[in-house]
Ligand binder design. Structure first.
Ligand code: ADE
Length: 227
């Protein structure tokens, strides 16, 4: 999978080369490139934004600069993901859907966001014919300083679902319930008693059917107790 992240703060994305994602890149499973939006500006000041039509607070990111950046990386079949708190809420199911894509392009907006014509332009029939889709995505109902952290969250959630990225693929099957709305059950390791608190007796019973039943109940309870 090819992943292109476009941002005015490329340094923000440095953690993408760590841990499992770093390994997935060295082994060639994913190819992540971070691009500086300012490399696509057309003036001496490297301007990326201007005031909003119709008035209002803040600045809006310029469509031409974004289009030049996106045009420099876009391939047939690309999913363009515009990060915005006004987007569709990202979840595990959406992550699974994106995990089989050939190219993800993350557009990290800052300020009041990106001129809406970027969404409109890449949604036109000529791009649809090339299987290119545009999405607006939010990682939650809160406002971040920009899309960079949101892009990292999505990239981590998506790439770990690509075969070969996780060391132990069983971790994924265990989690499959999560996608249907369950959270995982509580887990324990050694020692059996720690600071006066014991591991639940059932987990020591060796009765796999009963253990599975207990875990499902606990996961449901956890899901209910969460806000
Ligand atoms: N940019 C600012 N806030 C955001 C959010 N919650 N999700 C995605 N992008 C954002």
């Amino acid at each position: 999978m090819k992943i292109d992240v476009i941002t005015i703060f490329p340094e923000y994305l440095a953690p993408l080369s760590l841990s499992l994602l770093g390994k997935a890149q060295s082994s060639g499973i994913v190819d992540i490139k971070v691009h500086n939006l300012r490399d696509f500006t057309n003036d001496n000041h490297n301007t990326v934004d201007d005031t909003p039509y119709g008035g209002g607070a803040g600045m809006v990111m310029l469509p031409e600069v974004w289009a030049q950046a996106i045009d420099s990386v876009i391939q047939d079949g690309a999913e363009i993901i515009i990060l915005t708190p006004a987007g569709k809420r990202f979840n595990q199911k959406i992550a699974a859907g994106f995990s089989s894509s050939t190219q993800l392009i993350f557009a990290c907006g800052r300020y009041e966001g990106i001129d809406d014509r970027i969404r409109q332009y890449y949604s036109q029939p000529e791009f649809q014919a090339r299987n290119i889709k545009v999405h607006e995505a939010s990682i939650g109902d809160y406002v971040l300083g920009g899309g960079e952290v949101a892009a990292m969250v999505m990239i981590e959630a998506i790439t770990r679902l690509i075969p070969g990225v996780l060391g132990n693929p069983d971790s994924l099957t265990e989690e499959s319930h999560n996608a249907e709305g369950y959270l995982e059950y509580p887990i324990f390791t050694k020692p059996q008693e720690w600071r006066g608190i014991s591991v639940p007796e059932i987990l020591l019973s060796g009765n796999h059917a009963e253990i599975a039943k207990w875990r499902t109940q606990q996961a449901q309870k956890r899901a209910k107790d969460n806000f």
